[in-house]
Design a protein around this ligand. Structure first.
Ligand code: BGC
Length: 504
């Protein structure tokens, strides 16, 4: 071998050694980084844990807080608002009614016709629209004028055979998905905005009056005859179809529950004036708080940066508006603490850029290469990550959603405990072994529940864990679509039939 050859071979060996050295060092570094991420994931799992014991403590806390909220105004973070709804629809209602539903992300307008029997319920028209984001922090005039003009267009489309041509005023139920202190079935003042709304100087305003004013200014012959929280609409719809329905929960952009309570248990209301001996109570459970809630760093940061900090703590753990943002915060933190997601994406640093429907799409991605996860990460400015990192993202979605669903199950069980339907013999009732447990239906509405299979499955699983199989078998969770809007119209119809009967 010539001298040159020897030198070349030696040089090649040196290069090979240093390349191998670089590769080994890189692999060691990668492994160290990955170990760090695995550590972060473990911390995440631990801090989001909701073991059965903790859920049971939460069930007790929900029942105790419900009681406290019924005893005195401000007695609990659960507002336990009166609704003035005592008679729920039962199928015998008649007439044609409208409902306008302002939710957190959508608004709907519907027209229903009722023929006096359940089977004759006819939804004659329905429109669903997203709420333009510019409305969220506009003014009261802009918001209500927008709603009135949408209603005007809806009615103009009805054509010639409209009700007004028959000389009857249109009756409208306003389904309003925000906390209201009701003064009657058809009036009430806004307590505060929640979710993404932040229109100033509206707290304390009568919501039904605001809408009526906007309709009058447009010369529309429509009477706002009921003001209904979305949960109460959902309960009405559930009860119309199944009289065993005693509670309703909304899992949408926000979250809340209502249930049927005995009037003598509503101690803060001296003169409830109901004929049925019970009244629907709007819990506003989004504001529930207990030291037993697994509050993490992510929840604290999210709350601090939200429009309504120190408020709606429970909603921020289970509401559709927030789950995406919790997942985003976890991914962002991981990308800040290791570079497994590549350079830190500025998109990922934008609050609420990751929506909960994307979380469910990633969580339920069943393609072997996790294509959906890759696409969504790309939109978040994280273009190319290996499969194991995509799997990690799915795991993060799982941890966040599982906690939400299990907390939701504890909330429902708390209501069941309060009304003595959890099999534990609460409220002085006898134990389930002594007394036949009754079938109990809980109406459920909202995109988070209806569109997110894993959320549903985790919630059902946790309900079985908390209640035990025997009781859980008697608790029926009934999902409904557009129930809150249709139910509000039904409620209005049933209040009319009560009035008509009592006038005779
Ligand atoms: C509101 C409730 C509403 C719930 C579900 C919450 O933010 O405070 O009134 O029922 O969202 O829409």
């Amino acid at each position: 071998m010539g001298k040159v050859m020897v030198m070349l071979t030696a040089a090649a060996a040196v290069v090979a050694c240093s390349v191998a050295g670089v590769m080994v060092r890189r692999r060691v570094k990668d492994r160290r980084k990955w170990r760090k991420v695995v550590g972060l994931l473990k911390d995440l799992e631990e801090s989001f844990e909701t073991p059965l014991g903790r859920l049971r403590q939460m069930v007790d806390a929900v029942a105790v807080e419900m009681q406290a909220g019924l005893v005195s105004e401000g007695g609990s973070k659960l507002k336990m608002l009166l609704t003035f709804v005592d008679d729920l629809p039962n199928g015998s209602e008649r007439g044609t009614y409208y409902a306008l539903h302002l939710g957190g992300s959508y608004f709907r307008i519907i027209k229903v016709h009722l023929g006096g029997q359940r089977s004759t319920l006819e939804v004659q028209d329905i429109e669903r629209h997203s709420i333009p984001t510019s409305l969220l922090n506009s003014t009261s005039e802009v918001l209500f004028d927008f709603l009135a003009s949408s209603l005007q267009r809806f009615i103009e489309k009805e054509g010639k055979e409209s009700i007004s041509s028959q000389d009857v005023k249109r009756e409208l139920a306003f389904t309003f998905s925000f906390p209201v202190k009701q003064t009657s079935l058809s009036s009430g003042v806004l307590i505060k905005w929640t979710k993404g709304f932040a229109i100033s100087e509206m707290a304390g305003e009568d919501i039904a009056e605001c809408l009526q004013g906007a309709l009058d200014r447009r010369g529309l012959d429509i009477h706002v005859a009921a003001l209904v929280n979305d949960t109460v609409g959902a309960l009405s719809y559930g009860h119309y179809h199944d009289p065993d329905t005693i509670a309703a929960v909304v899992f949408g952009t926000g979250s809340n529950a209502c249930y049927l309570e005995r009037t003598d248990a509503i101690i803060k209301c001296q003169n409830p004036r109901t004929t049925s001996g019970s009244m629907v109570v709007n819990m506003e459970w989004g504001n529930f708080w207990s030291s037993r809630l697994p509050r993490t760093l992510y929840d604290i940061e999210l709350d601090a940066e939200s429009l309504n900090s120190n408020d709606m703590g429970f909603e921020k753990m289970i509401g559709g508006m927030y789950l995406g943002d919790i997942v985003r915060r976890v991914i962002l933190r991981m990308s800040q603490e290791s570079d497994i997601f590549g350079p830190i994406s500025s998109i990922l640093s934008t609050p609420f850029v990751l929506r909960t429907n994307s979380v469910s799409a990633m969580h339920e991605d069943d393609t072997p290469e996790l294509h959906e996860v890759a696409t969504i990460l790309k939109h978040l400015g994280v273009p190319k990550v290996p499969l194991k990192v995509r799997k990690l993202v799915v795991k993060i979605c799982d941890v966040v959603t599982r906690r939400a669903a299990r907390l939701a199950a504890a909330g429902i069980s708390g209501i069941l405990k309060k009304v003595g339907r959890d099999g534990s013999g609460g409220e002085g009732r006898r134990r389930s072994s002594d007394k036949q447990m009754r079938r109990t239906v809980v109406a459920v509405e909202g995109g988070l529940y209806s569109n997110y299979k894993m959320f549903r499955e985790y919630m059902d699983e946790a309900l079985r864990e908390i209640l035990g199989d025997d009781v859980a078998r008697l608790v029926v969770i009934k999902a409904m679509e557009d129930g809150s809007s249709i139910g509000s119209a039904l409620l209005l119809a049933s209040s009319h039939s009560v009035r008509t009967v009592s006038n005779i």
